[in-house]
Design a binder for this molecule. Sequence first.
Ligand code: HEC
Ligand code: HEC
Length: 220
Amino acid sequence: MKFLISTFTASIIFASSTFVCADEIQGNPQNGEQKISMCIGCHGIAGYQASFPQVYKVPKIAGQGAKYIASALNAYKKGDRRHPTMHGIAVSMTDQDIADVAAYYSLLGKDEGLKLSDDPSVAQPEVAALIQKGACTSCHGSNFNKPLDPSYPKIAGQNWDYLFVALKSYKLGIQPSWGRNNAVMSGVAKQFSNDELKMLAQYVGSQQGEIKTVAQSKFR
Ligand code: HEC
Ligand code: HEC
């Protein structure tokens, strides 16, 4: 634990000068730490289950890219992602809050020593064909952990049941209380049946990645 905290502090010093979030608002991870009391009840509990629109584990957000975290929060705020709880939370945050919290979570639990292979583990031919059809690695990276653009998510090792819900949400588009509107991912998800989306989610979720859930009561 000592090691974790000291590398975390070191990364804060390094990062506070380098992070620029959407709209050029500089995120400050130390300020972000003061603003996460609303988040830890769900994202700070490993295996915490959400029950809407179906039962699945809430996404891992520690170690996710800051720019993507900010972009996701803005999508819940504006309604491009429909989710009543996350909408309620996001509308209560200012642009500065979003940038600070995004900077904080992007560094949380960072393991400087982690070395990930550039290649994902071999997929069954059936799954490999789906990945090729969707060109997933061209945007999410060869190992699903090196997005082409910092506003794209790292998806390797994400809870597979959450990935499945996310993919179905893009396929469905915007509904009154759920669904996602994203030009890129809607086009991708619509090419697949729900069974195929499930296979993709299970495979990507089984890969090693940087994102994780950090039990946050320990940090407070
Ligand atoms: C009541 C539980 C709950 C609370 C509290 C909560 N979240 Fe969430 N969060 C969720 C769920 C469930 C989702 C997935 C929603 C969906 O299907 O799009 C989510 C999604 C997200 C995502 C998108 C992740 C991704 O991979 O796209 C981010 C970022 C996020 N939350 C950040 C936060 C932050 C920051 C806070 C605190 C300010 C917070 N959440 C508070 C339950 C919660
Ligand atoms: C052209 C680029 C591109 C391609 C190809 C692509 N993605 Fe994405 N993906 C994105 C972007 C951008 C987002 C973020 C969208 C948003 O803001 O909601 C995303 C989001 C996702 C999410 C939601 C992650 C989360 O944390 O909520 C999943 C799951 C996903 N992609 C899986 C896939 C899979 C599986 C494939 C291949 C079948 C694929 N993507 C192909 C760009 C791409």
